[in-house]
Design a protein around this ligand. Structure first.
Ligand code: AKG
Ligand code: FE2
Length: 308
């Protein structure tokens, strides 16, 4: 199975006032990818590679510190912003039937100026990066709406509060998978358990290979890492909205082979609808019962953190 590669230059962030007529090719290509694979690579989307590299670098500096330095930034320590902050090794199981994932993460769900950041550099880089991912996501959302023959506002109006953590769950997540030479993995433990993403869609910036995606036959296949390209994958709520026309596909990251001390880093921008947005089947089919974006995300988060 192959993940298609789509040139996004006709709607790159560098272009202003792009008329809908110039989006036809993109609409057709993305529609095909969303219905057949659920994953697509985007090239020429208009975010400078230098900023992506800096976001990777500042995140890595944070992760490489001793746990005591990271503890004050733990997820759960931020008022009104429960999902923001550092997630330590083995804390989250994206596949709840496996032991905790062998990864660390830093979730950025709030851009509130009051929030305490690990460093000025971390704040600047991740805030700029979050804003650009948001702008790119709004463009992708418009293409998604056109590909479903909808007025863009039907979907855009459910994403008004991105960056306001008590109204919208969108999260930029820096991920770090440390080398495994000192760890003794538990049975069934992997770097990132099998899961689908929870929200509308995800933009994934990868630093290396390692991700596997489930194909139609049910077998996992490796997703390549194409320098300069990002992976875009459909998440659960867009699958619900489209009554399964667009598919939210399972993915995972396995352990490297024994003796291989490779690390992995990635940056994932999880786009979520506003908490109060009620997700119904847009074709009126009632294939899924209506659910608020907040209720869906809370259920999935509780499962992955082992809380009922
Ligand atoms: O880039 C990766 O390592 C995968 C992360 C992922 O799928 C997730 O956090 O949802
Ligand atoms: Fe994921």
């Amino acid at each position: 199975m192959n993940i298609p590669v789509v040139d996004f230059s006709s709607y790159s962030l560098e272009k202003e006032n792009v008329p809908d007529e110039q989006l036809h090719a993109l609409v057709t290509e993305l529609r095909a990818a969303f219905t057949e694979v659920g994953f697509v690579f985007l090239q020429n989307y208009g975010i400078e590679q230098e900023l992506v590299d800096r976001a990777m670098e500042t995140s890595k500096q944070f992760f490489l510190q001793p746990d005591e330095e990271k503890q004050p930034f733990s997820r759960g320590n931020f008022e009104n912003c429960f999902n923001h902050g550092w997630v330590s090794m083995e804390t989250e199981s994206l596949n709840p039937s496996r032991p905790g994932d062998l990864k660390e993460a830093f979730n950025i769900s709030s851009l509130d100026p009051e929030i305490k950041w690990p460093s000025k550099d971390f704040q600047e880089v991740h805030t700029s990066f979050f804003q650009l991912c948001k702008e790119l996501s709004l463009r992708v959302l418009k293409v998604v709406a056109l590909s479903l023959n909808l007025q863009p506002d039907v979907i855009l109006s459910a994403h008004k509060f991105i960056g306001t953590s008590n109204k919208n769950g969108t999260t930029l997540r820096a991920l770090y998978y440390p080398p495994l030479n000192s760890e003794n993995p538990k049975e069934g433990q992997i770097r990132c358990g099998e899961h689908t993403d929870y929200g509308t869609f995800t933009l994934l910036f990868q630093g290396s290979e390692g991700l596997q995606v489930c194909g139609r036959s049910g077998e996992f296949f490796p997703a390549p890492n194409i320098p300069g390209a990002i992976l875009l994958n459909i998440a659960d709520l867009l699958q619900h909205w489209t009554s399964d026309q667009y598919i939210s596909v399972c993915h995972r990251v396995l352990l490297p082979p024994v003796g291989d001390s490779c690390t992995r880093q990635s940056l994932a921008f999880f786009l979520h609808p506003d908490d109060e947005a009620v997700i119904t089947c847009l074709d009126g089919s009632n294939k899924y019962p209506p659910i608020t974006a907040e209720a869906h995300a809370l259920k999935k988060l509780r499962d992955s953190y082992g809380k009922s």
